[in-house]
Design a protein around this ligand. Sequence first.
Ligand SMILES: Cc1ncc(COP(=O)(O)O)c(C=O)c1O
Length: 393
Amino acid sequence: MSISKSVKNNMIAGSYIRKMFEEGIALKKVHGDANVFDLSIGNPIVEPPESFNRELHQLVNHPQPGMHRHMEDPGYVSTRLAIAAQLSSKTGVKFRQEDIVMAFGAAGAVNVAFKTLLNPGEEVISFTPNYFEYENYAENHGGVVKYIPADRDLNPDLEALSATITSNTKAVVINSPNNPTGHVYTTRTLQGVAEVVLRRSAELKHRVYIISDDVYSTLYFGQGACPRMVQYYPHTIVVTSYSKDLSLPGERIGYLAVHPQCEDAADVVKGLVYANQVLGFINPPASMQNAVRNLQNSSVDIEIYRLKRDFLYHNLTEMGYSIVKPLGAFYMFPSSPNPDDEVFVQELKQLLVLTVPGHVFKAPGYFRMSYCVDDRVIEGSLKGFKTAIAKYK
Ligand SMILES: Cc1ncc(COP(=O)(O)O)c(C=O)c1O
């Protein structure tokens, strides 16, 4: 085979979820669509809000000259102004349009951030369980990910964080609400992370940035607004998108926001713009930048996800599954009744319930389910979950 060895190896690891999804399609052919319960992939079924369709109609019915041409390198000023205003009011940090760079979804944004920050061999710290693509994205830009397992309550181990930060550490990635657990860090936890990173940066006389992956911050079931890292650490680069809050993952629209007090903020922004260019993203689609401009305070109906979470959490814990109750996103991450999560996930598959083993997220002994699916799928899966755990009681 002529493709590169690293692509070949990484393809195998990264394709686990895709494989599950495809096995689900094969199982549906044999057993019928209605009898297979696929909770493996995080593809939200909730439709975008009506306000999004109105914005699209507006664009089509009232086209403006030049609306499909290249725009300013970081993206439309008007869209970035709207984002800066919303982010400022949500976080209390005074963002300006100069601090915002439009990106090709959060995935594009993380790549742009890594490309901008990382010298070859430099390290990025990530708490596990984590979004498995960080490793591939860091590797794209010559970086290495160092993992720190979360504690039993899924919170960061601050002592381990302190010990892991060295002068070779460039950034710490925070993802709250989290994929794959749905866990949300409290204000105190975020402050704790900020204190450690500030202290170690001072001791080492070496700036460590925090990349805050806030892609699920609107899908938050707690009181008030979701606590966000950028409120507690000035050297933060926010990466996010409209994939989850507006249910637009296929449209590839997101942004990066650099804290105005970030060290070298102006250089960081210039670097992000340059990275967007040379990675070939250039800018996310003009039509989507126009469509989301006025939707900064819109979102899908979060209540739909909250109800699904409550139903699933209630039923699974009654059956005996042990779960840290998720406060956001649309994932749940129970302990696997069999310490070998791969075995348990295969047993669930025999019962036509598809999930993803924790080892995919560097957290063996757990499994992930995505509940951004029809209620019919969630309700139908319960029988399989009950049968699967019975053997371990
Ligand atoms: C934690 C996390 N970050 C980033 C992404 C990428 O999102 P986007 O569709 O905006 O590229 C995902 C997608 O599921 C995710 O779960």
